[in-house]
Design a protein around this ligand. Structure first.
Ligand SMILES: O=C(O)CCC(=O)C(=O)O
Length: 289
């Protein structure tokens, strides 16, 4: 189950811990251009003329103490799309998940400037009842060197094996106690959580399992913390109408067809499949990896 980018030790660490940090995911020469795309997107300048699916922060109107967030920036910007829709990352995610292929569900552009507040702990799979199989694996790419003080992402080691059930509604932006839901889950599990911060250079990052508890503290450093995140599902995923009203179903069920459960590849492209298939048109993007 080794894919590109990861050796067998790293794949084993992912399966044991529910995450694995990686020092190099994207080449150095795309880091600065990607940061510049973040500037543009958070100013509302969309290269393709298409708005991202979720724009939760914009220059001028966004709360300066919150982590800036845009979801599906790949629709708005070709350079962001070239990373988010990369076959290399899709293959790596499919291999970790044990899927025959990977499709993009959502990207996240997150920007936590110095002084910005926390991101609440959550588990990605808990909010995905709107498709089946209800699974996601994630690649988190740092565009700045990250540190515990700088509010990097933290994972609770081994928490992908904890009981799954009804998680509380996600409080992503600056909850009062960002670790509280994870600590409650650890207490139910009868374990003391082991929180591991991902400290990597710019261009590095991590992979995590969809049931791993994760979140991040405030940025107490003087360094910006920008990350580009890819959330993938199995290439065989189908919509599940019973879940359209929960989690982020209300946002993404807008792409469902009346009368079938197909996840349209125009909106959820297949990045890599083990039979060589890739959604037509994606290869017109330059692949920087
Ligand atoms: O970077 C963070 O603070 C949170 C990231 C996250 O929730 C994710 O990658 O799934």
């Amino acid at each position: 189950m080794e894919g590109p980018l990861l050796g067998s030790d790293e794949a084993s660490a992912f399966h044991a811990d529910g995450f694995v940090p990686v020092t190099r995911l994207i080449p150095d020469d795309v880091v600065a251009p990607l940061r510049e795309r973040f500037d543009r997107i958070f100013r509302g300048e969309f290269e393709t003329g298409i708005a991202p699916d979720e724009v939760n922060w914009q220059e001028g109107s966004g709360d300066p103490t919150l982590t800036r967030q845009v979801c599906n920036g790949w629709r708005a910007d070709h350079l962001v799309a070239s990373i988010v829709l990369s076959p290399v990352l899709g293959h790596a995610l499919a291999a970790l998940a044990g899927w025959s292929g990977a499709r993009i569900i959502q990207d996240n552009l997150l920007w936590k400037p110095p002084g910005a507040r926390s991101v609440g702990f959550h588990r990605d799979n808990a909010y995905l009842a709107w498709y089946r199989p209800q699974e996601m694996v994630t690649c988190w790419i740092a565009l700045d060197a990250t540190s515990a003080d700088g509010g990097t992402v933290e994972f609770a080691r081994g928490s992908h094996r904890w009981a799954t059930g009804d998680d509380p509604p996600m409080e992503f932006h600056a909850p009062v106690d960002h670790r509280a839901p994870m600590e409650a889950a650890a207490a139910s599990e009868g374990v003391v959580p082991d929180q591991v911060p991902v400290e990597v250079p710019a261009g590095g990052g991590s992979f995590h399992h969809g049931w791993t508890w994760h979140g991040s503290g405030p940025n107490l450093s003087d360094v910006h913390r920008r990350v580009l995140v890819l959330h993938c599902a199995s290439s065989g995923a189908r919509f599940n109408r019973e879940g359209f009203g929960v989690g982020n179903g209300p946002v993404y069920s807008r792409y469902a067809h009346d009368g079938d459960d197909v996840m349209d590849e125009a909106h959820f492209p297949i990045l890599w499949r083990d039979d060589g298939y890739r959604t037509p048109g994606l290869d017109s993007l330059t692949d920087p990896l």
